[in-house]
Design a protein around this ligand. Sequence first.
Ligand code: PLP
Length: 809
Amino acid sequence: MYFDKERFKEEFIQKLQSMQGMSLEEASVNDQYLALGATIRDYISRKWIQTKRQYQEKNDKQIYYFSMEFLLGKLLDMNLINMGIREECRAALQELGIDLSLLIEAEPDAGLGNGGLGRLAACLLDSMAAMHLPGHGCGIRYKYGLFEQKIVDHHQVELPDNWLKDGYVWEYRRPEKSVEVRFWGRVTQIVQPDKWLFIHEDYEPVLAVPYDIPMVGYHNNTVNTLRLWSAEPAQLDFDLSSFNRGDYIRAVEYRHSVERISKILYPDDTHYEGRLLRLKQQYFFVSAGLQSILSDYKRKNRLWQGLPDKISVHINDTHPALAIPELMRLLMDEEGLGWDEAWTITTSTVSYTNHTTLPEALERWPVDMVKSLLPRIYMIICEIHERLCYTIWEQTKNWDLLREISIIADGEIHMARLAVTGSYSVNGVAQLHTDILRKNIFAGFHSWQPYKFNNKTNGITHRRWLIKSNPLLAKLITDTIDGSWIKYPWDLIQLLRYTDDEEVQQRFCEIKRRNKEALAKFIKNKYQIAVSTDSIFDVHVKRIHAYKRQILNVLHIMHLYNQLKENPDWDIVPRTFIFGGKAAPGYYIAKQTIKLINVLAEIINHDNSIQGKLKVVFLENYSVSLAELVVPAADVSEQISTASKEASGTGNMKFMMNGAVTIGTMDGANIDIKNAVGDSDIVIFGLTAQQVFDYYAFGGYNAWDIYHNDSRIKRVLDELINGFFPNEKEEFRPLYNDLLPNNDEYFVLKDFSGYSEAQRIVDNKFRNKQGWCSMALANIAHSGIFSSDRMASEYSVGIWKIKPHIITG
Ligand SMILES: *Cc1c(COP(=O)(O)O)cnc(C)c1O
């Protein structure tokens, strides 16, 4: 973009005056941030308007990515990079005596997601805009995003994330595009000569108000739209009889019940609870999103049959699966289509990504809840269910298959089965995960409609996770292989020629050291813990969950500590173990794990007898912004989930792209990473998914056997409950119980010795500086295929059938 420095400075000062009523001298950093955001927003909105106009004129296919979560992080710096004006802006602000990096810091993280699933949605939007793809997001504008985590007395404490308190510069409220969403009430059928009519009465209306956020493409003219819906009371001029005319208290209660819908993001990751409010959230944004898409379609097109050629609706996990019956409802009840026609259109429009096979994460809604909250939707789900059962029975006469695919069973609605039935494409997010979908949880559907199933391995945007977060490394890469990798990330493979180049190695080491220094400084300032940049930075950051096995890492640290206590001269490479991650507020074992890490950290960090060979740090409030600080500083990436449990992982990709070496299990995308880098540039250990399945099937593993046969394991487990943690004698018994009396569901003890051996290999490899550097560089070289640009293009070609649309300036 052409950038006029003097004009920019004027516009910036003008914004300070008009928006904050401030002169430059009076303005706080936050005021300056808001004014800069507003200035940049104007530049963006010119391109945004052009993009919308050109999509409209050409009328080509658009895709809408429906997701309950968008974990965007900060946008200012990314927008400046994408617009190609960051350094110009920095220089201009400097002339005004302003440090751009402070303004960038002042932005609140948009934390409208729990973890990987929400971040994936954000990376995909970034890639679609960069690749000229007409793709947009649809979600909920939560007033409170994921809670802020504080550690108090070693415990996790949750604070509300009031991210909107100073206003949000990137959003545009569009009240004129509001739509109504209806809950409760009853449906009556009216028989007409040629069809049935369904009348929904006595419902509670909710106004869905969209807020649009521009998604800026990298060095192009594309600006796509993320539309987030906020719930507001509908004008109370509707039939007041159901509210007792003039009943003020009821009116206030109504307002509250409506505003609750978009008030808060549920903090549970890969865990489902059948809460009414959550179901309301799901229907709320799905209905609002579809209504706005269809009314837009109607303005440009005449025949509903053409919908699948103009619109793709993609559902990110089953959270938006009500899009299927809702699209049926809109086509039939509002637009007058018959069932068969509407079903053909729906099942050619909706596609579905599965994100987990964990049973506790699979959504099942009680029939009674759906029936009363969404009476018409319930009728449609019943019809889908009955027609599915009928078809399967007619074709196969197979009772077992029928039971396996039944959408309604035992008083519950199985959302994954609804999603598969109503979608033309079902994909997993890494090779192993897609195999498991085909062979296990959707085996029945797969035997019946194998063509629906496909794999789309996850990706991450290299613009945020390399160019923005690790500018020094980005520069080294460009200096070495030129800058084509920025547009074509798979060109990173050219780095392979330099993995043994001494100068490149030296520069890489120096950059890694500087990134480690930045993190060390942050740790020192925040926690008064001194960590050496000569130590291995061994990083384990992600949601805290039993299947991700932070506990395996912790037990191994306890084991290392025990050995060092016995032999203080033991020659190990000093290690800094860095943890971070939030536990769902109601997830007791995960919170105990956080406490254990913090208690252990205090003991180890204060024990001078081990000569600083071990340090343990727990970083509070893991978020996108914290990830951007930690990932570039990592030497080792911990990806140690129980095989078969992690659908893909994306943290693993961020680390590899920043030159960390993975220590991991054969799970999720770790396998794809191993296939890319080869066996010698990754450290793999542990049970395979097949072995895990076999153990579950035949009950062949007894945790006590390992406890009795491995003295290292016996010792660390005993330490959980024998007073080794002096003030916490009974505190960690629940962790102990899960590992022993409850027989170690996640194979922590079974994998301990493999993990310990893998860590010894890491220690050994790190001693050879050149060897290590060459491994790190090989990881970067092979990380291009894990860019979400590759992912976006695979979805576009393989699922959505959309083409790039170049926006002209
Ligand atoms: C990438 C990312 C995740 C996902 O990490 P995994 O290791 O794949 O679970 C979670 N949270 C944040 C903030 C992230 O940036």
